[in-house]
Design a protein around this ligand. Structure first.
Ligand code: FAD
Length: 688
């Protein structure tokens, strides 16, 4: 019988669906390309390249692949460093890879003469980083199915593992621990210890350095590698071109679409939206500290958000710091020279789009103000301008305590360090590629959104304290990159006479003045920090300092719902700051919300510098033990936001104690109840 048209359509759809299922959408999936069309050859797994791990290693003649699960770039940086060191010290043929770019079910295709390295950050509440979600779910799920079936599917896999975590969070280094366990269970062979770096203790870099030495020894032993004198071998070629600036040269634009002036969605961690700042003002009343309320207007885009999400701000470095850096490396005169940047191997990614200029790289793409890695200092010794500087760099690179005393204790950045070591002499012979490799990529900063998506879906506000620290023995303060950039934008918008922001001279107009008219590149990151879907549920909010940011959004939203006639449950907000007259954020707004929400809203304040004794939100919680417990018993949700290291921990303990005391049970039992509340999302944290 002949098929009629409907049959043909149905059959075609089934066929298409089947193909989609078996190819996981790869046939027509657009290859993810952070920098736009011109960068197709930049990474190992772009369009047309395999996603099979064994295949990529064989095709490219590599015997070591270093995977990273990275959120803020640190894990990615450590992965690059391992790859480089493996090559220069041991002659390993290495490549660095984003977990997202490969199929993890092909791990069993890696042969036993090779090694796979995992550098995995744990994010927030024991979560995988965005690029590691699939990897993690696959490996730790029930019976992961590999491409070839076997009882010990990973019997021939040699691996190395390092985790980046923060001991102030409950699930410290969960990623590396869980992945290590899963790999062992699947028969894989770990070389060396599974290392753990602790950001909470501030020892990440030293933990990494201490872990990797015995790992290299074990790996060299296992693979029969000979150590050789490490000499610097560039992985990028950076060549100056006589071409003058043209429309093809990136002057800080994050990708091709931005260069072409056709900024379009989807907006995400690879592609920011350049948002006009609708409003900006100061929230503190004191002179020496600043806190900004900034509202960005996303009505010209399809950017959307939910209450509780984060806004990522893409900063650029302060002009004063860019100048200082270019000056000490003797590139000030060539700052606008056009350079092309090529990866010397097909499997290496160029971390920013090119052709570009030295100025644009330093200003928009390198974290030149951040802490310096001790290992990097050792690498630079070979390029010192004189023998004394060389000896000093070698000493700094090799001696942990000396490095701390001379560099970390003064929070020096790379330019500050170079200048101090050489006493101002220029470092003209450092290959620029060494900086591209040794300095982290400039990262967007996250802010808890302080507006409600119900009240103002197209205007996103954030509440940010301007980072400024007095460093003993240093003339200038240590100033945060993103918050001082935002400060400069605020000054400019309000026509303040000192738009320079403490003499930092940010290029607020952006590349080719594309951000002029007070605009800032941003994207929204989804978070799990969410109000209960039923607004009649009571909530307890604990947010001292800028930790109050998402709670302004929560209360704003509940007030709107109440005004619209919805039943809204009790909202009990604990806020703390130094003085009611200095840093009491949104002081007047709370009164307005109170007018709408009535007795259903209560603000409990703790001012640490007003009375004889320092009072913090934890103390206020304790004073309200009976009420807090009652609310929790009536299924209130509790939210904690702000400082991860002290406050959030103490609040956790206090809530456990309150439950124990009020219900007449042991503190251990109280703690367990808090744990189960966390598991059920009844206790949520947004901490940093
Ligand atoms: P950076 O330049 O990143 O410096 C930050 C710190 O790093 C410095 O204070 C210093 O301790 C250290 N540092 C920098 N350079 C050096 C050096 N050379 N040597 C030694 N140490 C150095 N912040 C808010 O104000 N409000 C919010 O609502 C908010 N929400 C957040 C939500 C999330 C999920 C996260 C992860 C963070 C949040 N933050 C928030 C923090 C924010 O993202 C930034 O970290 C903060 O604003 C500082 O950024 P910055 O670029 O100004 O400072």
């Amino acid at each position: 019988a002949e098929l009629d048209t409907l049959d043909v359509i149905v059959l075609s759809l089934i066929l298409l669906g089947t193909v989609a299922y078996f190819t996981k959408g790869k046939l027509w999936g657009v290859a993810k390309d952070p920098y736009g069309a011109t960068f197709n050859n930049a990474s190992g797994a772009k369009a047309g390249k395999t996603r099979n791990i064994g295949e990529i290693l064989d095709e490219s003649g590599k015997n070591c692949i270093v995977f990273y699960g990275s959120q803020t770039g640190t894990a990615e940086d450590y992965a690059s460093r391992l790859a480089k060191e493996g090559k220069s010290r041991f002659g390993l043929e290495t490549m660095v890879a984003d977990l997202e770019d490969f199929d993890i079910d092909s791990l069993d295709t890696v042969t036993s003469d090779k090694v796979v390295m995992f550098v995995l950050a744990t994010y927030g509440e024991g979560e995988p980083t965005d690029n590691a979600v699939e990897f993690f779910e696959f490996l730790t799920g029930d019976e992961p199915a590999f491409s070839q079936s076997s009882d010990v599917p990973l019997g021939s896999l040699n691996y190395v593992g390092f985790g980046l975590g923060n001991n102030t969070y409950e699930h410290y280094n969960l990623m590396i621990r869980a992945v290590d366990k899963a790999l062992q269970k699947l028969g894989a062979n770990r070389i060396g210890e599974a290392g753990e770096g602790d950001d909470g203790a501030g020892t990440m870099e030293e933990d990494f350095l201490a872990w990797k030495e015995p790992m290299w020894t074990a790996l060299a032993d296992k693979m029969g590698l000979e150590e050789r004198e490490a000499v610097y071998e560039p992985i990028f070629s950076i060549t100056e071109s006589s071409a003058t600036e043209s429309s093809l040269v990136y002057l800080g634009e994050p990708n091709k679409m931005h260069l072409d002036g056709k900024s379009q969605g989807p907006f995400n961690a690879h592609n920011p939206y350049v948002a006009p700042i609708a409003e900006s003002h100061e929230l503190f009343t004191v002179k020496d500290r600043n806190c900004l309320h900034i509202e960005v207007d996303v009505s010209g885009s399809n950017v959307s958000y939910q209450t509780g999400d984060h806004l990522a701000v893409w900063p650029s470095n302060a002009g004063a710091e860019v100048d200082r850096f270019l000056d000490i490396v003797d590139l000030a005169a060539q700052r606008d020279t056009v350079v092309s940047v090529r990866a010397l191997e097909a499997t290496t990614k160029v971390p920013f789009p090119a052709p570009t200029t030295y100025d644009a790289i330093v200003r928009y793409h390198m974290e030149i103000c951040g802490p310096v890695s001790r290992q990097f200092v050792a690498t630079l010794a070979a390029f010192a301008p004189d023998e004394a500087s060389k000896a000093e760099m070698t000493k700094l690179g090799g001696d942990k305590d000396y490095f701390h005393e001379k560099v970390s204790a003064h929070s020096l950045n790379i330019a500050g360090l170079l200048k101090a070591v050489s006493k101002g002499k220029k470092w003209a012979s450092i290959p620029f590629s060494a900086f591209v490799e040794g300095i982290n990529k400039l990262q967007p900063r996250y802010y808890s959104i302080s507006s409600s998506a119900v009240v103002q879906p197209k205007k996103i506000s954030i509440t940010a304290v301007v980072e400024s620290q007095v460093i003993p023995g240093r003339e200038d303060n240590l100033r945060g990159v993103a918050t001082n950039y935002l400060y400069a934008l605020k000054q400019k918008q309000n026509s303040d006479p000192s738009p320079d922001a403490f003499g930092l001279t940010y290029q607020t107009a952006g590349p080719r003045n594309k951000y002029d008219g007070i605009q800032v590149p941003v994207h929204v990151r989804h978070s799990n920090f969410k109000l209960p879907s039923d607004p009649s549920k009571p909530i307890i909010l604990v947010g001292p300092g800028t930790g109050v940011a998402p709670f302004r959004a929560f209360v704003q939203e509940r007030a709107k719902l109440a005004a619209d006639g919805e039943a809204v449950g009790k909202t009990l907000l604990f806020f703390g700051c130094r003085k009611s007259t200095e840093d009491f954020l949104y002081k007047d707004e709370w009164e307005e919300y109170k007018r709408v929400l009535g007795d259903n809203f209560e603000l409990v304040t703790a001012f640490s510098r007003e009375g004889k004794n320092k009072v913090y939100v934890q103390h206020r919680l304790k004073e309200r033990a009976e009420e807090v417990n009652k609310l929790l018993e009536s299924k209130a949700y509790i939210y904690v936001c702000g400082d991860a290291s002290h406050m959030a921990r103490e609040v956790n303990t206090v809530v456990g104690q309150i439950i124990a005391g009020q219900r007449g049970i042991s503190e251990a039992k109280g703690d367990e109840i808090v744990k189960s509340m966390r598991a059920a999302n009844q206790y949520q944290e947004d901490v940093w």
